[in-house]
Design a protein around this ligand. Structure first.
Ligand code: HDL
Ligand code: ZN
Length: 415
């Protein structure tokens, strides 16, 4: 059915809302991980984004906040950011979007009534209703074998859930080698501090063992702005001599998440990380010198985004995804998604939720889908104005591509 310009935006909005989403990066866990899966109002209110925001108004020592119970921390956030001031930041607005989407009375501002609602939820059924509300096909978890509590589940009680695919996360291997090699040794890998051929071969065995166990969609690491390859560093050698050969052998991408300045303010804990601009020359070097490897990439600094898109145009083994973390705000999502469509067409994945709390899937996707709808409406109307005839089916095809289709095609491609 041909669409006239007048109906275009409504058709796009409908298609965007009806297209099931592949969420390529989250910190959610399937039910077999128990309490590692966070959900409910007190987790929403104590999300580290909101902790950073609430601390700006408080003089209490950071330690005192951390000593409070989760519920008391949530009370402080609610009173400071929602009652004493209007919740117009992206993360506070997000909490309201969740409550409203769940059919709760946001105008009541009655935190206890919201708590009652969540207390009455049963986690498995609640997962179903959140996935349905957000229209999620499946999410990709962040699975770190260096986290004791998580490793225990993988080794003893993991149960597969097709809605929760895994990603092997290896930050400690790359960023904390002096601690990690001791852990690898304690797990029976014959590694030493020195990165010699024996240690590299054992690191490859460690990665292969966990790939066999987790069946991950990709291997991932968050990396500092100073991430450089090649360089005379442990990290650079492990990337080139262990991660890339194993990734190619198992035909999975290496997902680089670059630009995090860890613990700029350590007292804020998870909320204490900051951002720095990175040198995209490393990405060019890796994509050029490892043409048979596949790379997923998201970069944290807004100042890197234009060059990120240009680099993606140069390398078909590079797939760009998401508006990550400090970029996941309407004003920047709009800028980034426009330049990505303008230079990459549909060959990228515009968004991931990065959800740490299950219910965040609802708001992170609702907010982004509004922006993506507006951008697509503008881009399609420009070609319709040139006489291009467009059908609803073609829009449905294109949105499927953006919401995970191209990502899945990229995973299948052999270079
Ligand atoms: O390293 C990452 O995956 C980041 O997303 C961090 O987890 C960060 O704390 C975060 O949650 N950002 O949204
Ligand atoms: Zn993340």
């Amino acid at each position: 059915m041909r669409i006239e310009n007048g109906d275009l935006k409504e058709v796009i909005r409908k298609v965007v809302n009806e297209t099931a989403i592949v969420d390529v990066h989250t910190h959610l866990f399937n039910p077999s991980f128990g309490s590692l899966l966070l959900w409910g109002i007190d987790e929403l209110l104590t999300y580290h984004y909101l902790v950073a925001e609430v601390m700006r108004y408080l003089t209490m020592p950071y330690e005192r906040f951390w000593e409070l119970s989760k519920k008391k921390q949530a009370d402080v956030v609610w009173n400071t950011l929602f009652v004493d001031r209007s919740p117009i930041s992206e993360s506070t607005r997000g909490v309201l979007t969740v409550l409203n989407s769940l059919g709760l009375d946001v105008s009541s501002r009655n935190l206890e009534s919201y708590r009652k609602f969540f207390e009455n939820q049963e986690v498995e059924r609640y997962i179903d209703s959140v996935f349905k509300l957000a229209n999620i096909k499946y999410i990709v978890m962040t699975n770190d074998p260096f986290v004791d509590e998580e490793r225990k589940v993988w080794l003893e009680s993991y149960k597969d859930d097709p809605r929760f695919k895994s990603a092997l996360r290896i930050d400690p291997l790359l960023n904390k080698w002096l601690e990690s090699y001791k852990k690898l040794a304690s797990w029976g890998y014959n590694v030493g501090e020195k990165i010699d051929s024996k240690t590299l071969s054992e690191i490859r065995n460690f990665l292969s063992d966990w790939i066999e166990r987790m069946k991950p969609v990709y291997m991932a690491a968050s990396l500092p702005p100073t991430f450089h390859v090649p360089e005379d560093s442990v990290r650079s050698v492990i990337v080139e001599k262990a991660i890339l050969p194993v990734a190619q052998e198992h035909d999975i991408p290496f997902a680089m998440m670059i630009g995090v300045k860890k613990l700029t303010n350590p007292a804020l804990k998870l909320a204490g990380d900051s951002v720095g601009r990175t040198d995209m020359g490393t990405v060019e070097y890796l994509c050029r010198n490892y043409p048979k490897n596949k790379f997923l990439l998201t970069v944290l600094s807004r100042e890197n985004q234009h060059e990120l898109v240009v680099v993606a145009r140069k390398f078909r083994n590079l797939h760009v995804f998401g508006c990550w973390w400090f970029l996941n705000n309407p004003s920047i999502i709009e800028e980034m998604t426009n330049e990505r469509v303008e230079m990459l067409g549909l060959s990228f994945t515009p968004q991931h939720s990065d959800a740490r709390v299950l219910d965040q899937l609802i708001y992170k996707w609702k907010h982004s889908k509004e922006i993506i709808t507006n951008i697509l409406a503008k881009k399609y109307s420009q070609i319709v104005d040139n006489g291009w005839k467009l059908s609803e089916e073609e829009i449905r095809r294109d949105v499927r591509i953006l919401f995970g289709g191209e990502f899945e095609e990229f995973l299948k491609r052999k270079f």
